[in-house]
Design a binder for this molecule. Sequence first.
Ligand SMILES: [Zn+2]
Length: 301
Amino acid sequence: MYIDPHIHMSSRTTDDYQAMRDAGIVAVIEPAFWLGQPRTHVGSFQDYFNSLIGWERFRASQFGICHYCTIGLNSKEANNEALAEAVMELLPLYVCKDGVVAIGEIGYDDMTPAEDKYFRLQLELAKEMDLLVLVHTPHRNKKAGTSRSMDVCKEHGLKPTQVIIDHNNEETVKEVLDRGFWTAFTIYPNTIMGNARMVEIVRQYGSDRIIIDSSADWGISDPLAVPKTAQLMLERGIPRTTVQAVCYGNALAAYSQSGQMKETDWRNSPPVDQRQLFNGSSVLRGQKPVTETPRHPVLIE
Ligand SMILES: [Zn+2]
């Protein structure tokens, strides 16, 4: 069993869900993020948040995957201050909904004053409501941005165990682990953090607090990055218990602190029943509905 604790399923297809389930992914976390172009109305955020806790959660269930999300104002869009103010007012309405496991993904992109302001405001909200935080570290100035993200979390009184620092690499891993934060890695095909590099990081640092995710979205990315990296780790001699920790157990330990995510959610989940509807809509387009248990797929005649 695998968990992909950072994947943007709204940008993926039903084929992806099927392939992920077949590969052993039982649960996903979908962080609220940037959609590739800036939103211009707060209502677009509201509908997006509603889809994360509503339709997308249902859609995942129709393919046998438990879906959770994080809610937050991403760093890029924090730079539109009028919009950011309006989104901040929405957040308290969403962060306590069913299936929301953290505030995120928040943090820095260009490290502008506006990004800093809304990062801090959201950390205050997390502190006040005792929520976990998923931090997106910047792709440029990675090392400085990661250190500063942790400094700011500490400054606002968050415990390192309450914060998942994501998009780490060889340059940041040691400091994040040493400071006691959850240390997540996004496996991007052929680039920033490929899976062969990930194997070496796990070989060097072990499994404690290390988490692997795909961060797959509408860009070049791989929704099977977690199971593929697990396979590569096993082939290259990483112990099975270590693989299990970084591809399943640690994500569960981190996010189950929210009280919103439990192993029994997927161990005891009812069989898939594609006859189900969400607000009158199903995932079917005239096909015969499938009911499925992990071991015995059944086609209903
Ligand atoms: Zn993301």
